[in-house]
Ligand binder design. Structure first.
Ligand SMILES: [Zn+2]
Length: 390
């Protein structure tokens, strides 16, 4: 008798694993580089019935920035299921990858019986498969007790996360305002989860100098390259790893491509990453002070608020780590990630935002991207248990 039960349990877990890895292989085989609008849409069309079979209503929302002549991205897939409360638990994931059709990395390969490599296997197609399995387990458990989900459920699958989710920021804010929880299915970070994401501010810096003959009339020149390099030397000192704060020059250019002309202009691109809005404001004041110079102008060209953990999210993060430890036998950490993601746009007071709830793997954004397939079922089980405890 005991033997039969054991075998049947083994069989169910195996068939889960097969279904999930088959589905993952199917969607990884479709190229969905962010600019491959047709490909991204094919992934969404493929997963649409997988949500419908769980009872979700699935719609596609056009990118608000599309015009009649130019499409910014594929639509967003939104799947909804009503619960007892009108407030949502929102699941955040994306269908696009960084691997455009021109990339040589297009196919999935089994590296051994548990490890599969492929474009988007963890970022973020593995996350989609984890959510589907978690929701199935969660809803089946509720059905057995004749219960409805406590919160309404909303799933959003972004079509262009890898290029900054252009067009969707307002949609994210609206979704956030109607949600009590926003759970991100980005890949697990070092087997742990993500309790915060830094925000970023990007500055474009311009220096105007005055050209002059470097030999004959050096004295009347104003060297823009010199001024810029002095500013950079001061800016780089603002990095403070202990405070989770980084300042990085990504690009410089200037002058004519000549030896004998004093550099007349220079430009730089500056990336800053901040853990909180307060830190952002302090850093911005320091940068303004450094760049205050009659020859220098700058503008902020991109800015995303940080996703920081708050008083209500802290116990939820702990609960999640407890569940990982219970199911996988070791306790990972909750991290503060330097990377900005869609979850940043959901952050506000009064909401719990946790990210990195997807499967375990490594190598994202490189041809070494791979997933540990076993973690699809463990992370899905953990997520479903978390949902049952809410
Ligand atoms: Zn991602």
């Amino acid at each position: 008798m005991k033997k039969i039960i054991l075998l049947s349990t083994l069989f169910t877990s195996l068939s889960h694993a097969d279904l999930n890895s088959d589905r993952l292989k199917e969607i990884v085989s479709i190229n969905s580089g962010s600019s491959n609008i047709k490909g991204v849409n094919s992934v969404q069309e493929k997963i649409k019935p997988w949500f419908e079979e769980l009872g979700f209503k699935v719609t596609f929302k056009e990118n608000p920035e599309n015009t009649s002549t130019q499409k910014v991205s594929a639509p967003m897939l939104i799947a909804t299921l009503a619960g007892e409360k009108t407030e949502n638990i929102t699941f955040i994931m994306h269908a696009d990858t960084v691997f455009e059709p021109s990339s040589p990395f297009q196919k999935w390969t089994m590296l051994d019986e548990n490890i599969m490599s492929g474009p988007g296997v963890i970022d973020d197609k593995g996350g989609i498969v984890v959510v589907l399995q978690a929701l199935k387990t969660y809803l089946t458990a509720l059905k057995a007790e004749n219960k409805k989900p406590k919160y309404s459920i909303q799933v959003e699958v972004t079509p262009n996360e890898e290029v900054g989710a252009i067009g969707w920021w307002k949609t994210f804010e609206e979704m956030s305002s109607k949600s009590s929880f926003a759970l991100g299915l980005e890949p697990s970070l070092k087997e742990g989860i993500v309790e915060g994401r830094k925000g970023n501010v990007w500055y474009e810096i311009s220096v105007t100098g005055k050209e002059a003959h470097a030999g004959v009339d050096h004295v009347s020149g104003i060297n823009a390259c010199n001024i810029l390099s002095e500013k950079i030397t001061q800016l780089k000192k603002l990095t403070d790893y202990k405070k989770n704060l980084t300042v990085s020059i990504g690009h410089i250019e200037g002058g004519q491509d000549k030896f004998n002309i004093v550099c007349g202009w220079a430009k730089a691109k500056l990336d800053t990453r901040v853990p909180s809005l307060a830190a952002r404001n302090i850093l911005n004041k320091k940068i303004e002070a450094i760049l205050k110079d009659p020859q220098v102008t700058f503008k902020i060209v991109d800015e995303t608020a940080p996703m920081a953990s708050n008083a209500i999210s802290k116990p939820m993060v702990k609960k999640y780590l407890d569940l990982i430890e219970k199911n996988e036998g070791k306790r990972p950490q909750a991290y503060f990630s330097g990377g900005v993601g869609d979850a940043n746009h959901f952050a506000r007071e009064g909401i719990v935002v946790i990210d990195g709830l997807g499967p375990v793997g490594a190598g994202m954004h490189t041809p070494e991207e791979h997933i540990d397939l076993r973690t699809i079922s463990t992370r899905a089980k953990i997520l479903s248990e978390f949902l049952l405890e809410l």
